[in-house]
Design a protein around this ligand. Structure first.
Ligand code: BES
Ligand code: MN
Ligand code: ZN
Length: 501
């Protein structure tokens, strides 16, 4: 999609389709919408009075130009109550409108909306939200069908936003495009079936991303993993015909600084559960058990493009959790890169094992603050549903920064406690700790386990098991992989940048 800016008057603008917005419960139209309405002899306000256009959030009404203006058609997007309007609603509303426009065969669209709609908005942030909404909204996974559906596509979008400076346009368009493309990269990776995205293929994809952006990269193979004693990753991988990998990317935007942001993503390309095998139905969804890895790679792509002034080391342990005679068993005691010994209590609690080595390795590589992203527990879906990512931490100050980034990105996150009383679940009689203890507080047990490997380094754990997939097309989300956490991580790096200057 191409993005352009125009300052032409809406009444004379030539375009396939003009998109204007309307908020609920207001009789008089605002800003750009009012301008268009006047040129149409108040026909839009007429439809509002008649109740045909309500302004309800997500409502999109297609109307024609009544021969009054050069714009062929109009889409009126409802944004809900003005008092409840925020940039996230804007982003999601634009995504809904983008799909409507595409379905209507629109190729050239003009979006007209003014930052005065809500006076708290920074113009560049508004531009970013609009661009993100469109680019995320029209996303589709290509798949492997021989016959590609001949799809109508939006080609060019013009922006009309009175009062927005050229530099705000430029910054907003760039950030919006990059954040959305990075999210779409993560979605693509997560949608890929496990036979098309093995750990070694994931490593190749990571190298491609790194090369494209001049990011230093290294992939540790089995021999190296053995030398380093990455026993936790190797143990999970043992029953798979596919080889495991530890993928490492170094972005160095502030070489003078010792601060290194460490991002660790769970890259289980397929999770059968191991010998404590999962139920058959729905197991196919476990091709998406590398959504955390995908989020980290997407975010690396974003910062590779935007080049914030900070350092980020990405660490992605990746393998399959499969079943054969070599597999690790419940009751086994394994070691780990950190040296800590682990009693296996459940072979399906594999994510935390590979992350244990990932976190310890990120610390070894000098990470001074950590975020890990993982589809870790079904229990987080019980706790927070499909709406909210579970957040756990060993450092409230660091958690506040991550939460602030998530708020800007429009990604909902909620903290679960890691009180020391929860330690009892992980006590083992034969090893330093167990990988889980059965019983309640499943997500917290996962967090408590990981905490042992973050040790004293400020760390945040994001459990995205409920938010990485969407069971329906909704706002910016397609039905399927959402690319959650990409924009939070990228935003976090952008914030880090500000702090270091
Ligand atoms: N990959 C799963 C978690 C998951 C569940 C992700 C649903 C996405 C959707 C993870 O490896 C797992 O199997 N967790 C177990 C942990 C249990 C054995 C302690 C779970 O949640 O049941
Ligand atoms: Mn599992
Ligand atoms: Zn898993």
């Amino acid at each position: 999609m191409e993005w352009k800016v125009t300052k032409e008057a809406l009444a004379t603008l030539v375009t396939d389709c003009l998109l204007v917005v309307h908020t609920e419960g207001e009789d008089s139209l605002q800003g750009c919408t009012q301008e268009v309405d006047a040129a149409l002899d108040h026909r839009i306000s007429g439809l509002v009075t008649e109740g045909e256009i309500s302004g309800k959030y997500g409502e999109v009404t297609l109307v024609h130009n009544w021969g009054k203006i050069p714009a062929k058609r109009l889409l009126v997007l409802g944004l809900g109550k003005c008092s409840k309007l925020d940039l996230d609603k804007m982003r999601n509303g634009m995504a809904i409108a983008s799909r409507k426009a595409r379905a209507a065969g629109v190729k050239q669209l003009t979006v007209a909306c003014s930052p005065t709609l809500n006076n708290r908005w920074n113009p560049a942030d508004l531009v970013q939200a609009v661009v993100e909404g469109f680019e995320l909204g029209v996303y589709r996974y290509q798949g492997y069908k021989q016959k590609q559906e001949q799809e109508r596509a939006l080609e060019t979008v013009w922006l009309v936003m009175p009062g927005v400076t050229d530099s705000a346009f430029e910054a907003g368009i760039e950030r919006g495009r990059v954040f959305a493309a990075a999210t779409n990269t993560a979605r693509d990776l997560t949608y890929e079936p496990a036979n098309k995205l093995t750990p070694s293929i994931l490593a190749e994809r990571a190298l491609e991303i790194a090369n494209r952006h001049g990011i230093e990269a290294e992939v540790l193979d089995e021999q190296k993993l053995n030398e380093l004693g990455m026993d936790a990753l190797l143990s999970v991988s043992k029953a798979s015909a596919e080889v495991p990998r530890m993928i490492v990317l170094h972005y160095r935007g502030a070489p003078e600084s010792k601060e290194i942001l460490g991002w660790v993503g769970k890259g289980v390309t397929f999770d059968s559960g191991g010998i404590q095998v999962k139920p058959g139905r729905g197991m196919g969804d476990m091709k998406g058990d590398m959504a955390g890895a995908a989020a980290v790679l997407g975010a690396m792509e974003a910062i590779g493009a935007l080049k914030p002034h900070c350092n980020v080391t990405a660490v992605i342990p990746t393998c399959e959790n499969m079943i054969n005679g070599n597999g690790y068993r419940p009751g086994d005691v394994i070691s780990s890169f950190s040296g800590k010994t682990i009693e296996i209590h459940h072979t399906d609690a594999e994510g935390r094992l590979i992350l244990a080595d990932g976190l310890a390795y990120a610390r070894r590589l000098g990470a001074t603050s950590l975020v890990n992203v993982a589809t870790l527990t079904g229990a987080v879906v019980t706790a927070l549903g499909y709406i909210t990512t579970g957040l756990m931490t060993n450092d409230e100050k660091w958690a506040e920064e991550v939460k602030a980034a998530a708020r800007v990105a429009g990604e909902k996150m909620w903290e679960l406690p890691l009180f020391e009383e929860y330690e009892e679940y992980l006590k083992s009689e034969v090893a330093d700790l167990k990988n889980e203890g059965g019983g309640p507080a499943g997500s917290i047990q996962g967090g408590m386990f990981l905490k042992h490997f973050a040790e004293k380094t400020p760390w945040v754990h994001l459990d995205i098991a409920g938010t990485a997939e969407s069971n329906q097309e909704k706002g910016i989300h397609p039905k399927g992989s959402t690319g959650v956490a990409v924009r939070t991580l990228a935003q976090l790096a952008m914030q880090f940048d500000r702090q270091m200057k």
